[in-house]
Design a protein around this ligand. Structure first.
Ligand SMILES: C=C(O[C@@H]1C=C(C(=O)O)C=C[C@H]1O)C(=O)O
Length: 279
């Protein structure tokens, strides 16, 4: 029987997925996070990298690979709240319909500050939405990375990825993963590779993913070069963007994930992870 995979195809998974050779009998489709979340829960795919909050919400039926994640410690650069007033004064925030995890993170970060602006789903570029009456716009993925760079860039020999300003052209950019780090001191896990407990992936697929990740991280400069040209961004930006990710769901990432789960879905079932290599 065929085993069906669903991949969120954002650039941040390129170091894992670009050189993945699917074993015989495995097929794959791609989409944005909310599409993959829905496809997994509807049984249209058997495994997918999904928004970690959906894994937490459905921890009774889902399990995750124990050593795969899209996590960061500090800034992520591609999950951004673009805003024209201080956070405390925001009244109306547009949320991208592509995201579940970043929306849940924004809700936690607002709640921690005692803030309750109106949150609405609205699609479009940050600057357009800000011009149309929203004072905050949440964007994720490749377009959010591009929009961030267009607001805070360009890099120069003196202005590096870590010393770029926090805004420009009257827009402040709040990096939600960095805000989480400042709040908790933990990494933030955006995605895990989840599957229904009764449909675990064939070991050959997991092995192929581990091989592909080793290859991708080992050839990160090439991956970054290819994607910089696809994204229309400087190679230096994409290189930094990619080497900044934590792809192995290590102990600090799990601590961050557990802390997020306790804040966002306090009544969740225990999180289950499958067996790692050599376990
Ligand atoms: C870091 C990112 O993480 C993604 C964001 C997700 C979400 O907001 O639901 C889901 C999966 C992640 O791959 C990003 O989109 O830039």
């Amino acid at each position: 029987m065929t085993y069906r995979a669903g991949w969120i195809h954002f650039t941040n998974v390129a170091p894992i997925l670009d050189s993945l050779h699917l074993p015989p009998g495995v097929t794959a489709i791609t989409g944005v996070p909310t599409q993959m979340n829905a496809a997994l829960l509807a049984g249209e795919v058997d495994i997918a990298n999904i928004s970690a909050v959906e894994f937490i919400r459905h921890a009774d039926i889902l399990e995750a690979l124990p050593d795969f994640s899209v996590s960061v410690l500090g800034p992520v650069y591609s999950v951004n709240l673009f805003h024209t007033r201080p956070l405390e004064e925001l009244r109306r925030i547009a949320l991208t319909a592509q995201s579940a995890m970043s929306v849940a993170l924004l809700e936690v970060l607002l709640r921690e500050r005692g803030l309750s602006p109106v949150l609405e789903r609205a699609e479009g570029e940050a600057e357009e939405l800000l011009a149309s009456g929203y004072d905050g716009v949440l964007r994720i993925g490749d377009s959010a990375l591009r929009e961030w760079y267009s607001v805070v860039g360009p890099l120069t020999p003196e202005r590096t990825m870590t010393t770029l300003p926090g805004g420009g052209r009257g827009i402040t950019v709040t990096d939600l993963a960095d805000d989480w780090f400042r709040l908790t001191g933990h990494p933030f896990t955006f995605a895990v590779w989840a599957y229904r407990k009764d449909r675990p992936p064939p070991p050959e697929l997991v092995q192929a993913m581990r091989v592909a990740r080793r290859h991708g991280i080992g050839h990160l400069a090439e991956v970054a070069k290819r994607h910089a040209s696809l994204l229309g961004l400087p190679e230096r930006v994409v290189q930094h963007y990619l080497w900044n990710f934590r792809y192995h769901l290590e102990a600090p990432d799990r601590l961050g994930l557990e802390e997020f789960a306790a804040k966002a879905v306090p009544d969740h079932a225990p999180l289950c992870f499958g067996r790692g290599p050599g376990e």
